[in-house]
Design a protein around this ligand. Structure first.
Ligand SMILES: Nc1ncnc2c1ncn2[C@@H]1O[C@H](COP(=O)(O)O)[C@@H](OP(=O)(O)O)[C@H]1O
Ligand SMILES: [Mg+2]
Ligand SMILES: [Mg+2]
Ligand SMILES: [Mg+2]
Length: 353
């Protein structure tokens, strides 16, 4: 059976798996001078840069014409002050690129022993993520470490990659090195990759590549409802979620987790809805923070919209445009949550909260 985007899927999994090994090893050796603070005050580590370099290199070998919308750029690394970080990033990226070939890998993708790159090639690979995005054509999104704050705390983070064609997400791959393979069987350990191809379903595989398991969002009884939300209160409004939760008479505490691991957990039934409402600072959501998660949840049978009930628009450029928040939930839950979100929004506007 021929599967749509079969090669893209294999390439994306190979790239994300190598990047996950890299970020895990960075965490295990993390030292303080390996983190920079970006212009928007958010942290970026050698892991973010090196992982973007690896994924971008692999994509360039496999699909040289495809543009990339990547979170990071190499400007600060090209400066003299960036030289120590730069050397470490080059070493990390080359270690990941030169890892042994495993099942599903292909040397044509610039990976395997002897496939090291020069510093210049790796900085250029990072900077290939500068594509402005848009309505038409093929493009990849890379979020090399999503949830950098969770990564630095040793909690959840995700290596995220998607393929968008004519503003529709066709493929999403989310690597979660710190996520339990199965919360019901913690002894199985951690490390999963979520994969979805539009029209062909969602699955979870282990970081090792083994045990593909299809994902389907279950139906939730009222007493089982709970929200997934960001750990960081600056990224989404906790108080707004509390109000929505009260309107829906949800008894369970929200599950707080960094990164697109939230979309993965929603897809496998650990939480009934992922709610991300703006904090009112005019922040625009980035397409790399939602494209892989949106296709994953939809392929697991769920719905992803903003607070107006409209689908997220991945054709506006690097951002999702004006921020109307994100509501992701299963088919049986989404409409109820959307209605409560709109009610809470009206209350807020009328100053009743
Ligand atoms: N004010 C804000 N509102 C919403 N999202 C924000 C934000 N500031 C940063 N972010 C985004 O929130 C992402 C993390 O989301 P979460 O809270 O779900 O873990 C960050 O991704 P990175 O960690 O890749 O930079 C960043 O893109
Ligand atoms: Mg960031
Ligand atoms: Mg992110
Ligand atoms: Mg990131």
């Amino acid at each position: 059976m021929s599967l749509a985007y079969a090669t893209e899927k294999q390439v994306a999994i190979a790239a994300v798996r190598r990047a996950c090994h890299l970020t895990s090893s960075v965490f295990n050796n993390l030292v303080t001078n390996e983190t920079l603070t970006k212009g928007d005050k958010s942290p970026v580590t050698v892991g973010d840069y090196a992982a973007q370099a690896v994924i971008s290199s692999v994509l360039w070998h496999a699909f040289p014409k495809d543009p990339i919308v990547g979170e990071e750029d190499a400007a600060e690394l090209r400066e003299e002050s960036g030289s120590a970080m730069r050397d470490r990033i080059v070493a990390l990226a080359n270690e990941a690129l030169a890892e042994e070939i495993t099942l599903g890998d292909n040397v044509d993708w610039g990976i395997g022993p002897g496939q090291e790159k020069t510093t210049e090639q790796l900085l250029d690979a990072i900077d290939r993520g500068n594509y402005p995005g848009g309505r038409t054509g093929r493009m990849w999104t890379i979020d090399p470490i999503d949830g950098t704050k969770g990564f630095l705390r040793g909690e959840q983070y995700a290596v995220c990659l998607s393929l968008i064609v004519d503003a529709q997400v066709q493929l999403g791959v989310i690597g979660c090195p710190n996520l339990l393979i199965d919360p019901a069987e913690p002894e199985l350990g951690r490390g999963v990759i979520f994969v979805a191809v539009k029209g062909h379903g969602a699955e979870q595989i282990r970081l090792s590549g083994a045990n593909p398991t299809p994902l389907r969002i279950p139906d939730f009884a009222q007493e089982e409802l709970s929200f997934l939300e960001s750990v960081e209160a600056a990224h989404s409004s906790h108080s707004f979620n509390d109000r929505v939760s009260a309107l829906l008479s949800i008894a369970r505490r929200p599950v707080r987790m960094d990164s697109q691991a939230k979309y993965g957990c929603l897809a496998r039934g650990e939480g009934a809805a992922y709610l991300r409402m703006p904090t009112g600072v005019g922040y625009r959501e980035k397409i790399w923070d939602h494209a892989p998660g949106a296709v994953l949840v939809e392929e697991a049978g769920g719905i992803v919209t903003d607070s107006r009930g409209l689908p997220l628009d991945f054709g506006l450029g690097r951002t999702l445009g004006e921020n109307f928040g994100v509501i992701a939930a299963g088919l049986g839950t989404h409409a109820r949550v959307l209605q409560a979100v709109q009610q809470a929004g009206n209350e807020q506007e009328n100053g009743k909260t």
